[in-house]
Design a protein around this ligand. Structure first.
Ligand code: CTP
Ligand code: MG
Length: 227
């Protein structure tokens, strides 16, 4: 069975809006709606679990029109993204062998083709994997004083996205032991000695982080609605 888990318990401090960024409006809907819509519409995913902050007062203020039989709300957010994911994994109804697709609420532009590539590329894998993009820009390491210390080769470097897809049993084990500097599921799985599989993502599935990102996300979603 394949299940989705969407951590949505962050505060969006870099976005700095009046509401947490997952509720910032994009094309007339809260940002998280778009990610949930894509996951609910993907036939292979049987249920979509959303992890909200315990005291979330925002969710109930919107008309979601999402399939109720597929969507499950959990109010068990933690103090970091990985804690929110681990709390959600403990509360959701899943078995050790089930595939869990963990997807950020802050990536509203996830597309069906990327989900298909991920599922096809990972569902027969021993370890699991994630969407990621080969780094395109030239990379500079800073010296701590706003100047370049060195140029870092981008050969073999990928930028991690979500969804990240792992079996429930391995994911719980990895997240329980995750070193505190890890921020994604793959990093926690790597720390156990495994090598997750890289699946080509799409640049449009970027993480909305700063206020200026909203314009780009809105343009991508609008463009897709027209097609
Ligand atoms: N997240 C979460 N629980 C946390 C922190 C983050 O569920 N304690 C979620 C966010 O809601 C988001 C995803 O993890 O969907 C990715 O995190 P990020 O983009 O960093 O969002 P925020 O932590 O909310 O933003 P910031 O780091 O700017 O405060
Ligand atoms: Mg954060």
């Amino acid at each position: 069975m394949k299940l989705a888990l969407v951590p949505a318990a962050g505060s969006g401090s870099r976005m700095g809006g009046a509401t947490p960024k997952q509720y910032a409006m994009l094309c007339g809907r809260p940002m998280i709606y778009h990610a949930l819509r894509a996951l609910c519409d993907f036939p292979e995913i049987e249920r979509v679990y959303v992890v909200l902050a315990e005291g979330d007062m925002h969710w109930k203020g919107y008309d979601w029109s999402l399939p109720e039989e597929k969507l499950v709300l959990l109010r068990c957010g933690g103090d970091t993204r990985l804690h929110s994911v681990l709390n959600g994994l403990k509360e959701m109804d899943a078995d050790a062998g089930d595939w869990i697709l963990v997807h950020d609420a802050a990536r509203p532009c996830i597309d069906r083709e990327s989900l298909e590539r991920l599922v096809e590329g990972v569902e027969h894998d021993e370890v699991g994997g994630l969407l990621a993009l080969p780094v395109a820009d030239t990379l500079k390491r800073e010296d701590g004083q706003g100047r370049i210390a060195s140029t870092v080769s981008r050969a073999g470097l990928w930028a991690a996205q979500t969804p990240q897809m792992f079996r429930q049993g391995l994911l719980i084990e990895a997240l329980k032991r995750a070193p505190s500097d890890q921020t994604d599921e793959a990093g926690a799985v790597e720390a156990l000695g495994y090598s997750p599989k890289l699946i080509l993502g799409d640049p449009r599935n970027f993480k909305v982080t700063y206020p200026g990102d909203m314009i780009l996300a809105e343009a991508i979603l609008k463009n897709r609605m027209k097609a």
